[in-house]
Design a protein around this ligand. Structure first.
Ligand SMILES: [Zn+2]
Length: 595
């Protein structure tokens, strides 16, 4: 079409953004279908099809975003102005306008994800260490994660950790190029770099957002430090029979990254048996019962929580089209995700479910995304997002906070529940290993990327900067020497997959805020950690109202709709864990805390 003549008008801006919204929906549907097939059937061909669709999206946005500049400074109705803003930040990876560079960026992006998805550790044949099962030669991330979760042998854990991290060096060169091209694309549409674009999705200036994130971290850091101190002392008890290992964990030393039950030391629930405050007091182990269930049955259990609040049942297509278990004979991306393939309610989850508690929690998390889709898919596609991305990540987790021992007994996953202070401490410590342990990790990944995108961290210091941040925030160190030949950030899915991460940090804070507000709606009396909103239609109504808003209003309004407050606040998280802190302080009296 020829360039419009004369000064821009409100009517023209409205027509423009509506047309873009319609075309984006068509393009995103196509890309989502290609992406779904690619991630559930990784081959050279599906890689190419998915990359081609991504490239088309990038190309379209790289034309429409500059075209929207015409309306800068024009006084517009709120919803039109908001759509234009959301258009500007619609891609987390805006492409450069040069077609060759755009194609290269799309291929680099898909290539990184594909290398990660196919990553495996293949031990030397005949070696003494880890072995693949079922006659296979190699161990997948899932196999290696299971080793980290359940093994208590220092060297075996080290082999699993090192084996997985060896998949990442081939990603490094691609990542360097992705940073260059992604930054170029971001600059062309008016951002300083890709990180500045990512930080501008929070209804406040990028610098104000960064400061707000620091404020929340400062609120929770003392609690994290207390947990770290306690866990380090217990790990030293267990692994310290070996003198060298004991020395490694003495005084203010960081914890070796492979001992915390998770490949990235991001959640520590798997080492609960090593740090259980009162062993034998009220087992909270539901895994035994889950082993008798199938994957679909576990998902049904998750759905039941949502419907108990008065929310809709999942549609039949969800059950037909989702991927629930790892298929034989083909490569898939097992990293759990939730989809609306048509942006019209064709919702699905993609997971490789195993009968364990961690996966039951992940199911609730993914269903939280799906219920957002269920309630906002009638909005214009630009509004089909969370109030901010932290909201999207926090919904399912909010419900999981209601999965209390009392609730688990009610649905038959626990035989008995003891209500005494010891059982309560066990429960809260278990929760802290998940929720509190995660906080520094949730913050540092994007801290690292923001510095990489801004150029503060050059490619020659990728790995050093990564471990500096892990030390500073998590108090965790690599178990063996690392060099710049390693690319340890690339061994975490969200880095090669180009998925911003600070949303998960925000979600951990928000979910306690949401939980407290919904518990008040449900009429809960007593300490916050004993509340379950299961079955409360009042809480469900509040939740539904917020979900239906999507991204149509600035997030503080959505926050207000559910909590009555318009700022983020870690107060409810601290309130939830208050009884645990008293106990942790007593336990660590003789310890040198900190790192
Ligand atoms: Zn999620």
């Amino acid at each position: 079409a020829p360039a419009p003549e004369g000064p821009p008008t409100v009517a023209e801006a409205t027509a423009f953004v509506d047309a873009v919204d319609g075309e984006l929906k068509r393009l995103w549907q196509r890309a989502a279908r290609a992406g779904w097939v690619n991630q559930t059937y990784i081959t050279e061909d599906t890689d190419q099809l998915s990359a081609a669709a991504e490239e088309t999206n990038m190309e379209y946005l790289s034309r429409m975003i500059p075209a929207a500049k015409r309306f800068d400074g024009l006084k517009l109705p709120d919803d039109v102005a908001r759509k234009l803003h959301l258009l500007k930040i619609a891609s987390v990876l805006p492409a450069p306008s040069d077609p060759a560079e755009r194609r290269e960026l799309a291929q680099v992006a898909v290539g990184m994800q594909s290398t990660y998805g196919k990553g495996k550790y293949c031990p030397k044949p005949g070696g003494k260490g880890l072995k693949a099962k079922d006659g296979k030669d190699c161990l997948t991330l899932q196999d290696l994660s299971n080793v980290l979760a359940s093994s208590r042998k220092y060297d075996e854990l080290l082999e699993a950790w090192t084996g997985w991290h060896a998949i990442a060096p081939p990603i490094k060169e691609k990542y360097r190029r992705y940073v260059e091209l992604g930054n170029k694309g971001a600059r062309e549409i008016g951002f300083k770099d890709l990180g500045a674009l990512w930080r501008s999705g929070y209804d406040m200036p990028a610098e104000a957002f960064e400061a707000d994130t620091d404020r929340l971290w400062t609120q929770v850091k003392p609690l994290y430090d207390e947990l770290h101190c306690y866990v380090r002392s217990r790990l030293r008890d267990h692994y310290g029979k070996d003198r060298a290992v004991k020395d490694k964990m003495s005084g203010k030393a960081p914890i070796p990254a492979h001992l915390l039950g998770n490949m990235w030391a991001q959640e520590w629930n798997n080492i609960y048996p090593l740090v259980e405050p009162f062993p034998g007091e009220a087992s909270l182990d539901v895994t035994k019962k889950l082993k008798k269930m199938g994957a679909v049955e576990m998902v049904k259990l998750g759905e039941k929580f949502f419907t108990s609040l008065g929310l809709e049942s999942l549609p039949p297509t969800f059950w037909d089209r989702s991927l629930f278990t790892k298929p034989e004979g083909r490569e898939v991306v097992c990293h759990a995700s939730a989809w609306d393939v048509t942006y019209e309610g064709d919702i699905r989850i993609k997971m490789c479910i195993e009968p364990k508690e961690e996966d039951l929690i992940t199911i609730h998390h993914e269903l939280g995304h799906n219920y957002y889709y269920v309630y906002y898919h009638k909005l214009p596609v630009l509004f089909q997002q969370g109030a901010n991305d932290g909201f999207h990540e926090g919904i399912g987790d909010t419900l999981v906070l209601s999965v209390t021992p009392g609730y688990l007994k009610e649905i038959g996953l626990l035989d008995k529940v003891s209500n005494n202070p010891k059982a309560e401490t066990n429960f809260l410590l278990k929760q802290a290993l998940d929720k509190v342990a995660f906080l520094p990790f949730g913050k540092l990944i994007d801290q690292w990327r923001w510095d990489v995108f801004s150029g503060k961290t050059p490619p020659s210091e990728y790995n050093k900067a990564w471990w500096d941040l892990r030390m500073k925030y998590q108090g965790v160190a690599p178990p063996i020497e690392r060099t710049e030949a390693d690319f340890d950030a690339g061994a975490k899915y969200h880095v090669p997959a180009n998925t911003p991460y600070v949303r998960y940090f925000l979600a951990r804070i928000y979910q306690f805020q949401f939980h407290k507000a919904l518990c008040e709606q449900a009429g809960h009396k007593g300490p916050l950690h004993t509340c379950s909103i299961y079955g409360s239609k009042e809480a469900g109504n509040k939740l539904r109202a917020m979900l239906a808003m999507g991204a149509s209003r600035p997030w503080p309004e959505a926050m207000k709709a559910i909590t009555g407050q318009s700022a983020a606040d870690a107060g409810p998280l601290l309130e939830y864990f208050a009884p645990l802190r008293t106990w942790l302080k007593e336990q660590t009296k003789g310890e040198t805390c900190g790192f």
